[in-house]
Design a protein around this ligand. Structure first.
Ligand code: PAF
Length: 292
């Protein structure tokens, strides 16, 4: 695995790969890697000749009161994990490499950014869309791999790629969970033992909603009420939102009648905000995916 910090050096190296007709895949991350990220690498390796992983804690997607300073980082461990999993290029630019001057250009995707996490985290998705555009321009991947844990992020990036005719195929990959159901996230390390135990209520609530839907409940309001009532059994859980929306348009869904819908939750445990979701699909059921 080659480690590269400079945009110029990465471009030169990838130009060489493209000249050899290699297909390039990008796995963009903010590091502190876990099995969720590794599943993206596995998927990228199935599709592409060359896998580039970026590790960059993107300051412009954090709000002023968010966890930019404390966001978990461990580049040594990440390097070992990425290399063992077969990443070809690990791109770890500094903030000054990515933003040498104050950005005067921001990529804003309207509509799909306004609900769910976009409503709770103003400006967050502008930061995501801007850095992902920069990474696409730097790496010029044929494919880019994103986890469905951030289902809204996937919808936004697909919209952006479509709207701006970006020559990249977005590959959404299933959520990876701990054996007990907790969706993997770099932020899970913030949880204390009791919060970690109570955080299982997220996947439990989603599963109960899925069961109710399978049992014939088609009202989004009724499913939301069920989720809220399951979560309210955990005294440490403070609900940010519970939403049921058409996917990937993220328009409101009142009745689920054969269309693809996203059930999405954001819940705080102390200062830690966790998200989880599932996509109810009439045709394809989300394959369960668990960490090894
Ligand atoms: O999902 C993430 O880790 C980040 O939002 C991303 C896509 C790497 C952009 O910083």
């Amino acid at each position: 695995m080659r480690m590269i910090k400079s945009i110029k050096e990465l471009r030169e190296a990838l130009c060489g790969e493209r000249n050899k007709n290699k297909t390039i895949g990008l796995v963009p991350t903010m590091g502190f890697l876990h099995e969720g990220h590794m599943s993206l690498v596995d998927r990228a390796k199935q599709t592409c000749d060359i896998v580039v992983m970026s590790i960059f804690v993107n300051p412009i997607q954090f709000g002023p009161n968010e966890d930019l300073a404390s966001y978990p980082r461990d580049l040594e461990r990440d390097t070992a994990l990425a290399s063992a999993r077969g990443v070809d290029y690990l791109f770890t630019p500094s903030v000054s490499e990515m933003y040498p001057t104050v950005n005067k250009t921001t990529v804003t995707v309207s509509d799909v950014t306004e609900s769910l996490c976009g409503a709770s985290r103003p400006g967050h998705f502008d930061g995501v869309a801007t850095v992902v555009t920069k990474l696409f321009n730097i790496v010029q991947p044929a494919y880019a791999f994103f986890g469905m844990k951030d289902a809204q992020q996937v919808a936004i990036i697909m919209q952006m790629v479509d709207d701006l005719n970006m020559p990249v195929t977005i590959v959404p990959c299933p959520i990876v969970r701990e054996k007990d159901g907790l969706a993997l996230s770099s932020r899970n390390v913030y949880l204390n033992e009791e919060q970690r135990r109570q955080a299982l209520v997220l996947s439990r609530a989603i599963n109960e909603a899925k069961d109710a839907y399978a049992g014939g409940e088609k009202s989004a309001e009724a499913l939301k009420e069920l989720i809220v009532s399951v979560i309210s059994h955990s005294p440490l859980a403070d609900i940010d939102y519970v939403e049921i929306r058409n996917y990937p348009s993220l328009t409101e869904a009142a009745i689920i009648s054969g269309q693809e819908v996203l059930i999405a939750l954001a819940v705080r445990f102390g200062n830690t905000r966790l998200i989880d979701n599932t996509v109810l699909s009439p045709v394809k059921e989300e394959a369960a995916c668990f960490a090894q």
